[in-house]
Design a protein around this ligand. Sequence first.
Ligand SMILES: [Zn+2]
Length: 223
Amino acid sequence: MKCPHCIIEVNPDFQQRYIGSDADGYWSIFTMLCPNPKCKKLIIDLAGGGDISRNNAGQITGIQNIKSRISVKPISSSRPPVPIEVDEEYASDYREACLILSFSPKASSALSRRCLQNVLRGKAGVKKGDLSKEIQQVIDERSLPSHLAESIDAIRNIGNFAAHPIKSTSTGEIVEVEFGEAEWILDVLETLFDFYFVQPAILKIKKDALNKKLSDSGKPLMK
Ligand SMILES: [Zn+2]
């Protein structure tokens, strides 16, 4: 496993502490100290199970049949990290939208819609309007591959905000959404990050390398 603090590969070595039961089941805290000398941070997970395990003396040793396990320290999301190529002004909204997804899909989607709007304005150059109209501009310009254009188009149906002009004028507006809908906006943002930031950066590295070769052999550079 990778330590969620330092992202270095470490051997899982969790200690379990049973903390009690409630109407939802049985609960334990799993802790381990990251062995990386530069990190040395405690990793803490809260887990819920459907049953308990006991030792030969009948004492409770922990939980079984684990149904949920969330990271408490660090608070983290299960989504992949933002690629380093993405500018911080977009990345920070996305990161926070990921963090709060499981606690509040509504708040998450408010942040991720704002992030989407900023990406469309900053990278696709759309004229400021409401998000629904901005999405229409991008689709009309045909600057995106069709699968991406369709994915963005689908966001307009989320929370039905395309049908409510007042709601759609402000992306920070709280709209009723399902978990899966909020997750979908993050999925779309992820593919947009790849399209607008990651792929151009990869191409630039390749182009620079080619131009270096051309320049070394006295040939005209590729524009
Ligand atoms: Zn660590």
